[in-house]
Design a protein around this ligand. Structure first.
Ligand SMILES: N[C@@H](CCC(=O)N[C@@H](CS)C(=O)NCC(=O)O)C(=O)O
Length: 213
């Protein structure tokens, strides 16, 4: 397997965590999204959506991080990303997809660049935008976690939700979002960051991490 990815991309980070949790061997092929490599013809042949990541398996390319995680879980069911009863599996999907669908769009780098270029926003203005959308969705996630009274993980061991949460919190910190009133999420983050699967997936530990974004 080869993962075409960018070190700081949250969608790439999600899939790296997933591959590591499943104990799969893979090679990372860096795609420089700062240099717009994802929009070039060569990469679009691998992923027509022109975003990272793309997972290459036996000559076939899989795009879109969430279906990739679901596909990995079907093909390699042990350990499961979605465990427990139907209600628990629903909650894991509810929270993972809340982050993946509500946050990735407004916080993706071309949107932030558009705010700078077309609306003349400076760093503070972009951060205000970023914090606004984060607060809405992460606030909902935190409320769910508090209502359920979770522990180190949503359900006993890291799964789909943790694959999505940890990269989002990494980005939240990069953009100086205040997580102090979100203790339930921070507890899960601390527990995950101790685990080798998450350490190896961290942006700083990738072959292209020297470049910065
Ligand atoms: N829905 C896609 C989004 C992929 C995506 O947009 N990735 C970002 C990095 S996190 C990217 O490539 N951004 C550069 C661009 O859109 O030009 C997924 O989940 O894989």
């Amino acid at each position: 397997m080869r993962l075409h990815a960018y070190h700081r991309s949250s969608t790439s980070y999600r899939v790296r965590i997933g591959l590591n949790l499943k104990g799969l061997d893979y090679e990372t092929v860096p795609v420089d999204i700062v240099a717009q490599e994802q929009r070039g013809e060569a990469y679009r042949g691998k992923n027509p959506f022109a975003g990272v990541p793309a997972l290459e398996v036996d000559g076939r390319f899989y795009a879109q991080s969430m279906p990739i995680l679901e596909w990995l879980d079907e093909r390699y069911p042990d350990p499961p990303f979605l465990s427990g009863d139907g209600d628990q599996r629903f909650v894991a999907r509810e929270l993972a997809y809340a982050i993946a669908t509500e946050l990735h769009g407004p916080l993706n780098s071309p949107v932030l660049q558009y705010l700078r270029d077309e609306y003349g926003q400076d760093k503070a203005g972009v951060e205000r935008w970023y914090h606004h959308w984060l607060a809405k969705t992460l606030g909902g996630v935190e409320q769910r976690l508090a209502d359920r009274g979770v522990g180190d993980f949503l359900f006993g061991a890291p799964g789909l939700f943790e694959c999505v949460l940890i990269p989002q919190l990494y980005n939240a910190r990069r953009f100086h979002f205040d997580l102090s009133d979100m203790p339930w999420m921070r507890r899960i983050e601390s527990a995950c960051l101790e685990l080798p699967a998450f350490v190896r997936a961290h942006p700083d530990n990738q072959p292209d991490s020297g470049g910065g974004a």
